[in-house]
Design a protein around this ligand. Structure first.
Ligand code: FES
Length: 105
């Protein structure tokens, strides 16, 4: 694992924002929920939907293609959307002062 600084700044993300970000050749979904920053696998386990183009609903990240849903904190697939399987989550943090975001991939 290595730590990467992202081009995007925490100060440019609002609560509820979901972004697709490429990090050293790996696509991630970066989002803010209830004031906390999260980074999850960028592609859906079903048909490779871009999860950074999805949206937050009831503490889940919802795939924009067929609605597969994943727990934002754990990456666990919602059993009601059984066509998807669990996704990875990544450690992410933002500097309180500069807003710089770093993620471990
Ligand atoms: S590609 Fe994500 S639910 Fe189908």
């Amino acid at each position: 694992m290595a730590e990467y600084k992202l081009d995007i700044n925490r100060k440019d993300m609002n609560d509820g924002d979901v972004r697709s970000v490429d990090v050293a050749g790996t696509k991630i979904a970066l989002l803010v929920m209830d004031g906390t920053l999260y980074a999850l696998q960028g592609y859906c386990t079903h048909e490779q939907g871009v999860l950074g183009d999805g949206y937050i609903d009831n503490k889940e990240l919802v795939c924009p293609m067929h609605g597969g849903a994943f727990d934002i904190a754990t990456g666990k697939a919602n059993e009601n959307t059984s066509w998807v399987t669990d996704i990875s989550t990544y450690s992410v943090k933002a500097d309180d002062i500069t807003g710089d975001i770093t993620v471990e991939i």
